[in-house]
Design a protein around this ligand. Structure first.
Ligand code: COA
Length: 204
């Protein structure tokens, strides 16, 4: 398996990446922003993405987005093809994109929003902390990305204060971060509480 910084030679993988993201969203039944092939191509060629390939076969992808005039970067769109899951590949991709983010944007805070327990775990182990949305970028273009998520009405209704996603932030200015393991039970409980509160309101 090769995990490399993406470039123009990887444009041919844009469609399979886009399809894998939307298929996974359907299977999970949770909200996820849509990524068209055109959108993916832009990320593949700008030197801010990582792609995992098994020979010529697409295995995984993740990209960096820059917000708020480089004060923040997000590691977004993490996807591992179903054929390559549960082998530790996402962890390696996450580490690669995290290292690339630290190298290219050493002063930026790195953040993400996710409903996925796997992503929360990996972020936590990299030194991210869960935070409220108010600590994330206020760049409206970042939040516009949520418009294609099926839970967007919740984000609008709460005036962007909360949604089903959890915000997580790595602050390079904060004290040294030790190797940690996340308590998954706490996060699952929090997620379930949020779903009960926010989705019930939606149906009311
Ligand atoms: C989430 C995803 C990227 C994980 O990829 P993967 O290569 O199977 O993950 P890894 O094997 O590297 O596992 C990393 C960690 O997450 C855990 N994990 C993996 N899938 C999980 C799941 N569905 N639920 C809970 N934990 C999970 C693993 O146990 C591992 O934790 P550990 O180190 O404590 O054992 C992959 O399932 C995927 O692409 N899903 C669809 C897209 C998606 O959900 N993206 C995230 C958007 S927010």
């Amino acid at each position: 398996m090769d995990i490399v910084i993406a470039n123009e030679s990887h444009i041919k993988y844009a469609s399979v990446i886009s399809e894998t993201i939307s298929e996974s969203a359907k299977v999970r039944g949770t909200g996820i922003a849509k990524r068209t092939p055109e959108y993916i191509i832009k990320r593949l060629v700008n030197g801010n993405a990582v792609i995992a390939l098994d020979g010529e076969r697409f295995a995984g992808f993740c990209y960096i987005e820059v917000w708020g005039h480089q004060k923040f970067v997000a590691n977004s769109g993490l996807i591992v093809h179903p054929d390559y899951r549960n082998q530790g590949l996402a962890k390696k991709i996450k580490k690669a994109i995290f290292d690339l983010s630290r190298k290219k944007f050493p002063d930026a805070k790195i953040f993400g929003i996710t409903t996925g327990l796997a992503v929360m775990k990996m972020n936590y182990e990299l030194g991210y902390k869960p935070v409220t949305f108010s600590e994330l970028t206020d760049d409206p273009d970042f939040w516009k990305g949520c418009q294609t998520c099926k839970n967007f009405d919740i984000l609008t209704r709460t005036e962007r204060k909360m949604c089903l996603c959890t915000g997580m932030l790595y602050d390079p200015g904060s004290s040294a971060l030790d190797k940690r393991k996340m308590n998954s039970k706490t996060f699952l409980r929090l997620k379930s509480i949020k779903e009960q509160l926010l989705i019930k309101k939606k149906k009311a």
